[in-house]
Write a protein that binds this ligand. Structure first.
Ligand SMILES: [Cu+2]
Length: 155
């Protein structure tokens, strides 16, 4: 079978790029420990309001001084709408949604998640800097999306 010289170059280039990208993904997965979420908790989205601990959203202080915060993201608000935590606290956020997909983003932190019906998303952050943080929905969720935010006060 005859393969044109330029076609052979492009084939070689394409296969080389594929190897480069797969190597980069493998490197990120192993060295930087970047992996797709596994073992995520599930929840019945029609029963979020009756399912502990999402039946009483808010913060719980753990014996080691860290916090667990349970948030329900729904059209078009976060529950709880306001939260106060002491500076220096490590906070683990648990988020779910009873209706549509929402975003869960706190600027100037590493908290950036999706609130997906049926799933519980989790991420942790240590709030060393005191101040008022904004919690935003950054996933278009409907006509009131631009009003969907909450406040976290760290003091
Ligand atoms: Cu939204």
């Amino acid at each position: 079978m005859h393969v044109d010289r330029y076609e052979r170059w492009w084939l070689t280039f394409g296969i080389a790029m594929l190897i480069v990208f797969l190597t980069m993904i493998g490197f990120a997965a192993i060295v930087d420990n970047i992996n797709p979420p596994v073992g995520m908790k599930t929840i019945d989205p029609t029963k979020v309001a009756q399912t502990p601990p999402f039946d009483k959203p808010g913060a719980r202080r753990l014996p080691d001084g860290s916090y667990e915060v349970y948030y329900v993201a729904h059209v078009f608000a976060f529950d709880p709408p306001a939260l106060t935590i002491p500076a220096g606290s490590r906070v683990t956020f648990f988020v779910t949604s009873p209706d549509v997909v929402h975003g869960f983003f706190i600027p100037y932190t590493d908290i950036n998640m999706m609130a997906v019906p049926g799933w519980v998303s989790t991420q942790s952050h240590r709030f060393d800097r005191a101040g008022e943080y904004l919690l935003l929905c950054h996933e278009y969720c409907g006509i009131g999306h631009q009003n969907m935010f909450a406040k976290i006060e760290v003091r």
